[in-house]
Design a protein around this ligand. Structure first.
Ligand code: NAD
Length: 542
């Protein structure tokens, strides 16, 4: 069974269902939305395959209808955190020693289960728990989860076949060991697919994880965990422990067998984790591998050869889809004076057609932001802009949290290219625009490059090839994912490996083989056929 040599071909990306009125998928998701909205779920911890209820719980409510509680989730205490670490370490012995084909089959089975059996369940949990419209849920909790699982197997098969040269006298091998110890995975609220991949990419390579999900995405994340189990993931390979970030972080970072951290979230949290590792350096068995993808201040830069309607559309989709809560969401734009009127007209016309509201009303393009903290934080930026003499609110600017955490798509026009909302990540539906003189194109490109500490995504709109090449060069380090004539969000697994540097993270490119490589610690094995029997070399002969 284990002597087959496999290399998997690149998979085809999962087809995106459209959910048009009258379609089969529309009927099924509406049914599931009604069912789940009227259901009440109790989410336990899952450690070593056992469901644990600690009795300390938090409510799960719907961001666009926050008085509606659809479940509770149990929270880990120190006892369960230690149990999860012990379980990850104990389970690793068997998990790392089975053939990688067996691990791959679990990934591929999970992908198939999501594609055929649990698509509407996962999408509904993402719609209700994270307030995504049906399309945003489909591209996340169905397509991207599936693509990560399938592509990773393909990447792994190529990594394993990459072997050093041998010759007649020796046999050389690279053994792609998993890391020695356990991997701590910490996931953000905004993508179900990221939560899946943070765990499944190290797990595919033979690692076991202690997973701290974000409380605000615990609903979809719990269902993911159940699908992984049904796909055959053995007990203890992933240990699911919702709970306080600081409590879990502290206990895990202190553990000598921490071998890696796979994180996505804010820059501030990542810095806490990294600092925690450096403080514990002398306690660890190995240097933990730290992989973190963090925030962004993503830009759309426009040359005066661009098409104004295309730029306006990219700004709207880039900035306002999923309420701007994508790390890749466009949140600053640079527009040449000569195109501004046309872009403004298209922008205002299109933005005025955006509807904000409940995910069950399919005509809504935008829904609620994730929770009250996010709402208050985003509104504080908008209020700051309202009170500043350096800008005007061109569109929107209002929020209402009575029923759900709703914020209007908001466009700010500033005359200060270093204005607060041009520099800081807001993580909400707020776009700030700076108009530059056409002749200052090159100068403004340098300004864009130097404005924010982040380096995640960015776009250039230009129909002038030389101007486009100039932007590519000057903005080389401003974005790890750079787009030409497209919005800077919507990276697809296998097609645009994702990640940025500077304050945006370690740029280990989720959705590409570079990420998978971080979860192995290769051992080189040299076997000599005829060992030497005399220590002397020829040059020593008198
Ligand atoms: P966050 O940093 O608030 O939380 C991320 C996770 O860290 C959550 O599970 C949280 O509970 C946990 N956490 C918080 N404090 C912790 C601690 N002291 N120790 C251990 N864990 C702790 O981020 P968020 O609000 O969930 O997500 C939004 C952020 O994520 C934005 O900054 C966004 O840009 C970023 N993000 C980046 C990418 C990327 O690929 N670069 C993708 C998605 C999101």
């Amino acid at each position: 069974m284990n002597n087959a040599i496999f290399t998997f071909s690149p998979p085809t990306n999962e087809e995106i269902l459209q959910y048009s009125k009258g379609s089969n998928e529309r009927e099924l998701i509406e049914k599931e939305l009604t069912r789940m909205s009227n259901d009440f779920i109790e989410i336990p911890l899952i450690i070593g395959g056992k469901e644990i209820k600690t009795g300390k719980t938090l409510d799960i409510s719907i961001p666009h209808n926050h008085k509606k509680v659809i479940g509770i989730s149990h929270q880990a205490s120190e006892k369960e955190i230690n149990l999860a670490i012990e379980s990850a370490l104990a389970s690793k012995v068997l998990w790392e020693n089975i053939s990688w084909i067996e691990r791959s089959s679990i990934m591929l089975r999970a992908a198939e289960l999501i594609s055929k059996k649990y698509r509407f369940l996962l999408n509904t949990a993402t719609m209700l728990g994270q307030s995504k419209n049906v399309y945003q849920a489909e591209i996340d909790s169905a397509c991207e989860v599936i693509d990560f699982l399938r592509y990773n197997v393909y990447f792994a098969s190529h990594i394993y076949t990459d072997q050093p040269k041998s010759d007649f006298g020796q046999l050389n091998r690279l053994e792609y060991r998993p890391l020695e110890g356990f991997v701590f995975t910490v996931s953000p609220f905004n993508f179900t697919a990221i939560a899946s991949n943070l765990n499944m990419s190290p797990v595919l390579m033979g690692n076991t994880t202690v997973w701290k999900p974000a409380q605000t995405s615990v609903l979809s994340n719990y269902y993911l965990m159940k699908v992984f189990e049904e796909a055959g993931l053995p007990p203890g390979v992933i240990n699911f422990i919702p709970g306080s970030g600081s409590l879990i972080g502290q206990a895990v970072l202190n553990h000598k067998d921490l071998a890696g951290i796979h994180f996505t979230g804010s820059n501030a949290t990542f810095n806490i984790l990294w600092r925690g590792v450096t403080e514990n350096l002398t306690n660890y068995v190995s240097y933990p591998k730290i992989v973190g993808e963090t925030g962004g201040k993503d830009f759309i830069f426009t040359h005066n050869s661009a098409n104004p309607t295309e730029v306006a559309t990219a700004i709207i989709r880039g900035a306002f889809e999923f309420q701007g809560q994508k790390c890749s969401a466009a949140s600053r734009a640079y527009i040449p004076q000569s195109l501004w009127n046309e872009i403004k007209n298209s922008l205002l016309k299109q933005t005025s057609e955006i509807k904000v509201g409940d995910v069950t009303n399919f005509s809504n393009f935008m829904n609620a932001v994730i929770d009250e903290n996010a709402f208050d934080n985003i509104m504080s930026y908008i209020d700051y802009a309202k009170n500043s003499s350096e800008c005007e609110i061109l569109f929107g600017g209002n929020g209402n949290k009575t029923i759900g955490y709703f914020i209007e798509p908001t466009i700010i026009l500033t005359n200060n290219p270093k204005f607060k909302t041009m520099e800081e990540e807001i993580f909400g539906p707020v776009m700030t625009i700076f108009i530059y003189n056409d002749e200052d194109y090159e100068k403004t490109l340098h300004l864009c490059n130097q404005t924010s500490p982040y380096g995640l995504t960015g776009a250039i709109f230009s129909n002038d090839k030389y101007a486009m090449i100039q932007a590519c060069r000057i903005l080389r380090y401003a974005a790890g994912n750079f787009y030409i004539n497209d919005k800077p969000s919507g990276a697809t697994v296998g097609l645009q490996p994702f990640g940025g540097a500077r304050a945006s993270g370690t740029n280990d490119k989720a959705g590409g083989s570079l990420n998978i490589l971080r979860w192995v610690s290769p051992r080189t094995i040299k076997e000599t056929y005829i060992p030497a029997r005399d220590f002397k070399y020829p040059f020593m002969t008198e």
